[in-house]
Design a protein around this ligand. Structure first.
Ligand code: GLC
Length: 753
């Protein structure tokens, strides 16, 4: 008898889960489950879904660096947050770097009335870098862009999502699809560079990698297109500084990556810290609601950025109180508050006094619930720790960390073909602050075990023959603290070597004491930082040929110094096996194929320098003290072989609403196999509003063996020929268009009737 009594509640529970009126029934349509759940929720439970808090472990890492406002958000003790979760007043967490904490938090949620699981988010932008355990760390975005290969972006996101879900994280605050035109900005390396077409392609690929088709697979996570908009071009180069950009330039340059991300199904968007044209992005109702949600049909939800709702009051001064700031943001379209207390009460008060309609709350909560249901969190909210080790740093991910690094490395200078180095070389000097450290990981990554990293020194030791003498001179990893003694010792050792490899640049490692770049660390000077120049000059003065290996996220401009060296490899931030990939390029075991996703200006004074400039930009010819020509152009990169382009043909275009089909031949005329990134540009030769001197409209990576040719067929999308008319509507005007292949490889013109 007792068994039947005991079984009864369980049967009722499970039976009710299968009923057509139960949001817990996985057989029901997602939207149906959302509505069934929403109508059961109290106002507190609804607003709770809009509240995100920071995890416990992050507090220990940041407690020393917290500002007063942030301290408020960390002040809540674990049991206080547990109580809020059980009351249904927290819907999400960020910075939960351990699976145990993730499981703990989810267990609290199962004790809430409706048992709604928590969404756990992290900045996993090139690997699950903030996880407390050891993970696979890939090249950062600027290097991914340099590969001009969208499969690199997609696979890095896909593999990162697997490691995230294995550890209880469901939402990546990535991709950063800002357009970067100012190398002073410390976060340059997080972006895919300066070109809207390339940034769009890489952003879409990453979103597909994270989300799959519809983030319903247990290895998918939510992606987050960020930051809307123009945070990469603050008028002072500083993170979060104001941006003031014409609507025309916003439509031509800064909006396309977000439009493409939304069309690719990105489910969350993060507004930018900055104000744009006088309105902070976090309170920009015209952008968040009228433009993004209504015109561009964004059907996901907005997440605020760190303290940016509070900054509407504290910094931007468009809200007299923190309460008004919260209400302004939600009324503008904000759906979730990134972190911390007070927001809940601000919004509850506003709903109760009618300032915020319940419909606005319901809209926000629907999207958040949809994400949780579609991710399968109701059915699969806990981490199975027995599976973690097989997934983190698995062989497939490790292999791809190396392969993706190879594709990002860009050869910028190779005087008298000093590269690749012969395996018979007798002695190599290696020095520089980044020669043997983890700076190659880039930002948004914790320090990993040295056994998981291949530094440049280790890579060269791996690749060089056993007869080659490796002369390594360590120096202070802080470029500003390299001592005279260290420079003297390095110079002495270099003078006894056949070639000197100097690994220099920046260090954006998030928890490093020697950080020189990265989030909230912007530069007033984009030359080589600290005493690195003196180090390079001293070694150049020995007469030993110098090869610079740059490890950096933001471009470095050191015109005079670059003139004095024999070779320059731009490795960006190549990730955990970056040293291995760099050594393969140095010895010719891998033929470099990276191309610059950005213009490298000649000096800080030339900022902003970008390739798609308007015709009048440089019609005066030169600056007083220097050439207008950048140090290196967008799309530039050398190979160990040569590619010959010929036979460009354009299939007749019968009307102005047809695409343009082109074909041309490309041949590897060298003796080494290689990958060529084919770039396709157009120019609207005469237009009612000024058009850039060229605009990227396509790229393709082509692998060719020596003497092998390939005919390339490419379709230029019709709408890529458009300009914006007086009302900022895209129009294709009749007239002459120039088609350019590569950097001065082939060109032709077409007439659009
Ligand atoms: C930071 C960044 C944002 C990041 C967030 C959470 O302020 O602007 O890109 O996702 O905080 O770490």
């Amino acid at each position: 008898m007792r068994k039947i009594i005991l079984l009864l509640p369980i049967c009722i529970y499970f039976n009710s889960c299968n009923s057509n009126n139960n949001y817990l029934n996985p057989a029901l349509q997602v939207d149906k489950r959302v509505e069934l759940l929403l109508k059961q929720m109290t106002l507190d439970e609804k607003i709770g879904q809009m509240c995100q808090y920071v995890g416990e472990a992050e507090k220990n890492n940041k407690s020393a660096a917290l500002n007063e406002d942030e301290k408020v958000n960390y002040a809540l003790a674990t049991q206080e947050k547990a109580a809020l979760i059980k009351q249904g007043k927290i819907g999400s967490f960020l910075k939960v770097p351990s699976y145990k904490e993730a499981n703990y938090l989810q267990r609290q949620a199962t004790q809430s009335r409706l048992k709604i699981p928590l969404l756990i988010a992290t900045d996993a932008i090139h690997g699950h870098g903030l996880y407390e355990g050891y993970v696979t760390i890939y090249p950062t975005e600027i290097g991914i862009a340099a590969s001009f290969d969208t499969s690199v972006a997609r696979l890095i996101a896909q593999y990162t999502a697997i490691e995230m879900r294995a550890t209880g994280n469901h939402w990546a605050f990535s991709p950063n699809i800002e357009i970067s035109r100012d190398p002073r900005w410390g976060r340059f390396g997080e972006t895919f560079g300066e070109d809207p077409y390339l940034v769009s392609a890489m952003g879409v690929a990453m979103i597909k990698g994270y989300q799959g088709n519809d983030f319903s697979n247990p290895n998918n996570v939510l992606a987050c297109a960020k930051h809307f908009v123009a945070g990469g071009i603050p008028n002072n180069g500083m993170n979060g500084g104001p941006a003031d950009i014409s609507d025309r330039t916003l439509n031509e340059i800064f909006f396309p990556p977000f439009i493409n991300a939304i069309n690719a199904g990105v489910f969350t968007i993060m507004p930018a810290h900055n104000e744009i044209n006088g309105m902070p992005c976090h309170a920009h109702k015209e952008y968040l609601t009228s433009l993004i949600r209504n015109k561009w049909n964004f059907n996901g939800f907005f997440i605020s950025d760190w303290m940016d709702i509070e900054r509407l009051n504290k910094t931007h001064k468009i809200a007299e109180t923190p309460e008004k700031a919260s209400q302004l943001a939600v009324l503008a379209g904000m759906d979730m508050h990134m972190h911390g207390p007070n927001f809940f009460d601000h919004i509850k008060t506003a709903v109760e006094n009618g300032t915020i309609p319940m419909a606005r709350i319901d809209d926000a909560v629907r999207k958040i619930l949809k994400a949780k249901i579609q991710l399968g969190l109701f059915e699969n909210r806990f981490v199975d720790s027995s599976k973690i080790d097989a997934l983190l740093l698995c062989p497939t991910h490790r292999q791809y960390a190396l392969e993706s690094a190879r594709r990002t490395i860009t050869l910028l200078k190779n005087k008298q073909q000093i590269l690749p180095l012969s395996k018979n070389i007798k002695s190599i000097f290696i020095g520089g602050p980044n020669a043997n450290n983890q700076s190659l990981l880039g930002d948004w990554a914790r320090i990993q075990p040295d056994s998981n990293i291949t530094t440049v020194l280790e890579g060269i030791e791996l690749q060089a023959s056993s007869d080659t003498k490796i002369n390594f001179a360590a120096c202070n990893e802080d470029p500003y603290k390299i001592s005279t003694q260290e420079i003297t010792a390095a110079t002495k050792l270099a003078s006894k070597s056949e070639v000197a490899i100097l690994v220099v640049g920046e260090n954006s490692l998030r928890f490093s004491d020697n950080k020189t770049c990265g989030e909230n660390l912007d530069r007033a000077d984009i030359d080589l930082a600290g005493k690195q120049k003196q180090l390079v000059e001293a070694i150049v003065a020995t007469g030993v040929p110098v090869i610079l290996v740059l490890i950096n996220g933001a471009p470095i401009a050191s015109a005079k110094l670059f003139d004095t060296v024999a070779g320059i490899i731009e490795a960006w931030e190549p990730g955990m096996y970056g040293g291995h990939a760099i050594a393969e390029v140095l010895f010719g075991d891998y033929n470099p194929s990276g191309r610059l996703p950005v213009t490298i200006p000649r000096s800080t004074g030339q900022i902003q320098a970008f390739y798609n400039y308007k015709p009048s930009a440089f019609h005066r010819g030169r600056y007083k003290e220097e050439s207008i020509k950048p140090l290196f152009d967008f799309g530039f990169g050398l190979s160990y072989t040569n590619f010959d382009y010929s036979n460009l043909k354009v299939k007749e275009k019968n009307s102005s609403n047809e695409n343009v089909n082109i074909s041309f031949d490309i041949k590897n005329t060298g003796i080494q196999s290689g990958n060529e990134t084919v770039l396709i540009f157009i120019r609207d030769c005469y237009s009612s509003y000024t058009s850039p001197i060229k605009k990227l409209v396509g790229f393709k990576r082509v692998s060719l063996n020596p003497q092998q040719s390939q005919n390339i067929q490419f379709t230029i999308q019709n709408n890529d020929l458009a300009i914006f008319d007086a009302n900022l509507k895209p129009i294709i005007e009749k007239g002459e268009f120039e088609i350019m292949i590569g950097i001065d490889k082939l060109k032709t013109t077409i007439i659009v009737e």
